[in-house]
Design a protein around this ligand. Structure first.
Ligand SMILES: [Zn+2]
Length: 84
């Protein structure tokens, strides 16, 4: 079962970013590189701040090996209600 990244809309997270108690998974998104429990807490970035930075830097994949061949940034962002 895949989970959606609230930062970039990638639907390949192995675990939910936060459990029912609100504990972060500490998983790093293969797409945007956001680490739940680190970038949101230690770094204090909100999802939208991080997303803006990520997009400004060219929306590069953290783990390019996992990038789907027919990947569409636009479609992915639409999944989380972000228009670009
Ligand atoms: Zn992501």
């Amino acid at each position: 079962m895949a989970h959606l990244c609230p930062v970039c809309g990638f639907d390949g997270l192995e675990e939910p970013p936060y459990d029912a108690m609100g504990n972060p998974s500490h998983e790093i998104c293969s797409c945007c590189g956001f680490e739940f429990g680190f970038d949101d807490q230690s770094q204090g970035d909100s999802f939208s701040d991080y997303r803006k930075k990520w997009l400004a830097e060219g929306a590069n994949w953290f783990d390019p090996a996992r990038k789907p061949e027919n990947w569409s940034l636009k479609e992915q962002l639409r999944r989380i209600g972000v228009e670009r």
